[in-house]
Design a protein around this ligand. Sequence first.
Ligand code: GLU
Ligand code: MG
Length: 643
Amino acid sequence: MGLLSQGSPLSWEETKRHADHVRRHGILQFLHIYHAVKDRHKDVLKWGDEVEYMLVSFDHENKKVQLVLSGEELLETLQEKGERTNPNHPTLWRPEYGSYMIEGTPGQPYGGTMSEFNTVEDNMRKRRKEATSLLGENQALCTVTSFPSSSICRRLGCPGFTLPEYKPSPVEGGASKSLFFPDEAINKHPRFSTLTRNIRHRRGEKVVINVPIFKDKNTPSPFIEIFPEDDEAAKASKPDHIYMDAMGFGMGNCCLQVTFQACSISEARYLYDQLATICPIVMALSAASPFYRGYVSDIDCRWGVISASVDDRTREERGLEPLKNNSYRISKSRYDSIDSYLSECGEKYNDIDLTKDKEIYEQLLQEGIDHLLAQHVAHLFIRDPLTLFEEKIHLDDANESDHFENIQSTNWQTMRFKPPPPNSDIGWRVEFRPMEVQLTDFENSAYVVFVVLLTRVILSYKLDFLIPLSKVDENMKEAQKRDAVLQRMFYFRKDICKGGNAVVDGCGKATGSTEQTAEEYALMSIDTIINGKEGVFPGLIPILNCYLENMEVDVDTRCSILNYLKLIKKRASGELMTVARWMREFIANHPDYKQDSVITDEMNYSLLLKCNQIANELCECPELLGPAFRKVKYSGSKIDVSN
Ligand code: GLU
Ligand code: MG
């Protein structure tokens, strides 16, 4: 989760004093990079995925599952045995926000050949096996997006959802001051608690997360929680919502990301824009997080929860008070969807008001940077640095980029445009960030391969998905709602072939009306967008299939890819469930469930146990995965999950 510096973290007051310094030098660092590599081209496609994991421990006797706070030690061992011993080790491990989390990536990026698609799942399996082999008894590595938590978290100040157990300490001096989430569950690297504390101090109050509750038959209406001993909570919590008050409820969630190296800066800008329109669609398709703080919610995706969990804007910036001490009104949290397209063809669709640092914008223009890139960077740089290490204030701007990365890596947007690090052989990259992590390596591979293939098709067929960015934002809101994949409609471009590309027409489906109607886009279901609809839209999967037919691919790889695409296709049509839908049904059918939106310890335990069995291929789950999709290669779990 971004830049990790070592050293002594500064308080918010001290960091704030250096904010202009960080921004000024961050821009100089960016300029050095830009001028050095702006003309780089002919970089080859390389790409990689990131999977975030949670460590859990099953207490079979008491039917309880807890998050194990041992991510730091596990990481140390994995790195020691892996990358530090062998630079060609097939996996790489990094810390994540929660002390119960860990992030794994392939040891080397994947390359541009088709056969690489056949190695992703093996590598993910290696990661799962490698980390699992180091766990204690009854522990497991889970790829669940959000930990449903349990009754423990509903009762204030009770220890319980972590192992070891800690009581939250909602007192001044703590990092999050949360009523529910103990600071011990935050990764011990000082970056993470400092981020937590400084976000809260900058904002001037605790973060506020209100997630609509799912109203079941016996859910109290209105649903109201009372927090008599906490003024902030009493004021901030909303009726009919699940209230949360800590960064950990958001950044403690897991996701699946993909990063691509483009051949040049302009290809990176083109992909950044095109993929931005795909973010809400793929997010809804990957929906996997319906439960929060022990309740069933009315949302399926983590996005808005994380967004609120790191919202460091002051009341002035949020428009609740007149501007006095701050410079701007800011319409979004630092974790949110992108605010401007970067490619020339995107310019006319930039219809969101963009707040930017005017001085930085002018400076970038003077340095020869074009308007679109200049405004993108000047927009990122309206934010303050959230962490700063005393030892890292004065840097060599020509050869370091920490100040640039400081601001860049705390703008957690749906897409990230990544300039190469100074003096490296890495090219211009873009990161695709909206996906929720899936239970199995098969599903995670399917989503990753789908997105990477889509980039190949976008580039080969010169596809154009652009619609006004405000419409993409509307899609983001819809995408998070319960069952969005089947129930909601999304704005999507009708004619995606620039100049009516014949290759795509050849796929046998209509590409939509060729006459230019008033609107270039229409509301479509995800099924239409993904699978196509005669006379309306060709569908992304048919286009991918068409591309595959024209590519040389070995039989085994083709078979894997087709299996992956089948999963995506069936999730979009509703033939298979999303993880969120499957989890909802699991809880709804649990014998203890009282149709009151409450998830008890035992329900949480059975759910996670089942998730772990599915992930380790100890049981089938046709509703989620289909009948014959799995390639049975590995079944490794440290624990006896059968009891
Ligand atoms: N865990 C965060 C998410 O679910 C992402 C953190 C990161 O940027 O690595 O989106
Ligand atoms: Mg991460």
